[in-house]
Design a protein around this ligand. Sequence first.
Ligand code: HEC
Length: 161
Amino acid sequence: MKDQDSIFFKNFSLMLGFLILLTIVLAIVGYEMHHSLIDSNDMTKDRSAIAKSIQSVSQVNTGEAIVAVADTAAEEVTVAFDGTLDGKTIYDNVCMACHNTGAAGAPKLEAAAWTERMAVGIDGLVTSAIAGKGAMPPRGGRADLSDEQMKAVVEFMTAGF
Ligand code: HEC
């Protein structure tokens, strides 16, 4: 009985020793693998890499951009002149875009630009402004302007020349 006990104890100790050794080896292997993985991904150093790897494939369009564009377009169309015959108001909102800068050869608000054109008289200028001329679209691009309003603007633009 005593012999059997000592054999068991010997085998048990051997087994225990082997298991402890195995634990240490596995711990070292695990530690090494963990570190080599982190190094190859470099994720702990670069946070954007993490963000990139977990970001969703698509993004939801909340429609904000489209609404903003629609608002701008609506604003452009809804500058209503309510039949005003105030030439300056209409000029500032429609005609100024080209006539202040002289874009595409538009006559600026200076005598030199108008003296020759004035030869046809105000009514002649109004007629060509309504019909459009060269790079200028009919009624400066605002089809909702009445003939009376066009006359009021042209009078404002050419006043004193
Ligand atoms: C997109 C640019 C643009 C806008 C907007 C514009 N014009 Fe012009 N306009 C021109 C150009 C360019 C000319 C010169 C055309 C030519 O002589 O070939 C011109 C010429 C004119 C002339 C002279 C026409 C002639 O027979 O010589 C009048 C008058 C005139 N514009 C009035 C207006 C009025 C009023 C508005 C606003 C309701 C307006 N324009 C808006 C570009 C513009």
